[in-house]
Design a protein around this ligand. Sequence first.
Ligand code: ADP
Ligand code: ZN
Length: 624
Amino acid sequence: MPTSALLNPPTHILSVLSEVFGYESFRGPQQAIIEHVTSGHDALVLMPTGGGKSLCYQIPAIARQSAGHGITIVVSPLIALMHDQVGALHEAGVSAAFLNSTLSPEETQTIEQRLRRGEVTLLYAAPERINTPRFLGQLDALYAQGSLSLFAIDEAHCVSQWGHDFRPEYRSLTVLHERFPGVPRVALTATADALTRADIIERLQLEDARLFISSFDRPNIRYTIVEKKDASAQLLRFIEREHEGEAGVVYCQSRKRVEEVAEMLAQTGIDALPYHAGLDSSIRQKHQDRFLRDEGVVMVATIAFGMGIDKPDVRFVAHLDMPKNIEGYYQETGRAGRDGLRANAWMAYGLQDVVNQRRMIDESPAEENFKQVMRGKLDALLALAEATDCRRVRLLSYFDEASEPCGNCDNCLNPPAVWDGTDAARKLLSTVFRAEQHSGFSFGSGHIMDIVRGKATEKVSQYGHAKLSTFGIGANFSEVQLRGVLRQLIAMGALNVQGQVFNTLQLTEGSRAVLRGEVSVLLRESVSQKAEKRSRKAQAPGPAAANLSQEALVRYINLKAWRAEVAKEHNLPAYVIFHDATLALIASAEPQNLDDLNGISGIGAKKLEAYGQEVLQVCRVQLK
Ligand code: ADP
Ligand code: ZN
């Protein structure tokens, strides 16, 4: 290949990028992927959330259709979001449609007619629809005419049972390959460790596809994991200090907890809404719409919420309970800061999280080898939570990516003091052993800590545990310290937790190495309030406006108000019209005419034509 071809992508691809989407240059591997797919080859694309996956099939779809290859079918599991996705393409002047269960028979027919006439560039459909005889029949007809251009399989990890979002309908997507040989396929996902990745390739028969793995780093996201004390109060403090009036997502494990936390936040005046699978679907839809369309809504949700939500200005994702594994954590936190502006991923984590997650695995009806895989994945997340070094280095290395300390995580910004908990660990373990030996059954963490600290509680005297040789041998440790050690021991697998009600502690194979002093247990000092206070306070109108002059700020605020009206009129989220970042660029450019607007990132030809004059008008008003 001549070097000039490397430097200059095929002009039609670049012109689609700038004219249709209004962007100047490709990001990361986008160009290579788009060239590969446009020229008719299969690809598996792994890119973090917010990396820009959509363009990787949208631009090939447009380029291939203009070259006479016909329509692109996008398989997406997200029926609730198809409307906005298609709306965003319409705003950019691209002919797109969706087929799903929300359409009336008449609407469906109209779209089918447009398909036959070749008037659609991208068609979104849910996986369960793909396999219906009617839809396959329509694809057959298109295929026979040579008008089936490309299949894009979004959220491809849904095909894998190792992923966190298994959807059995994805398994039957092999039909695309078998029935329509020669039609290129591009599968895309934001989550795939090595195991999930291999599963996607096998299940979707993508052995010959080229693999594109982007860096998974999201440098604008700051990762923070704090020790859980009073989770609700900690969350409230975090939001008030850093995210007043900004949009965010708070993940909780149970529906009940979602309700409680949403209520608690709402009472303090935060615009918070609950979302979980137990709510009526109309309420869920309403809350999701509010989150997408209004500014500054905090969604308190179970993991039922979030996939495919491409709202770019989510400023924080908070976890009040620990997810199951790093893939889940990374996927969920990745929903923050898609616009590239600063964002926070914040998690509160405690002993109970470790206990709950371990128990859920132990008690699940799955086969033992499946449980083993799950335990391994949980351990990796626990190690991240307990880490005293850079969180990002750990996260990225989980996805096989080497990196240097980032300077933008809690551990880099406020390196935690570390203390050697090995001695405390041995004292705790031998107490677990002696108490069980003495009484014939095992005890929970509270009682074990009381013995180690030499506290004469009622229970201690009831069981005669003051006589144990370990009674009071760790009187110099605080309860917080011991709890940290216990958490670490459970996380390491050196202690086992059992029982529904009492959560008693038992020794494991792994205890021995610690008892013998072969393994050391390093712990972070409990995060001090001071360190929390040091974290940066949010700037009022959001990070996009951070560097605007006073005059530009006024323009920016006016533009936002104008955008809200347009979005309402079009029944679309505001960011589909223009991103905050685009509005900020307009505001600081002080545009006088359409030429000044042309070339601003995020303004394509269609948007320039549709909104250019209005935008100029809005900018002029306040110049007086
Ligand atoms: P993903 O699906 O990978 O999570 P999206 O496709 O939603 O990410 O893209 C994230 C955001 O980045 C979108 O708002 C998109 O418009 C923007 N974006 C994508 N590619 C580019 C680019 N080359 N230049 C500027 N912005 C881009
Ligand atoms: Zn770091």
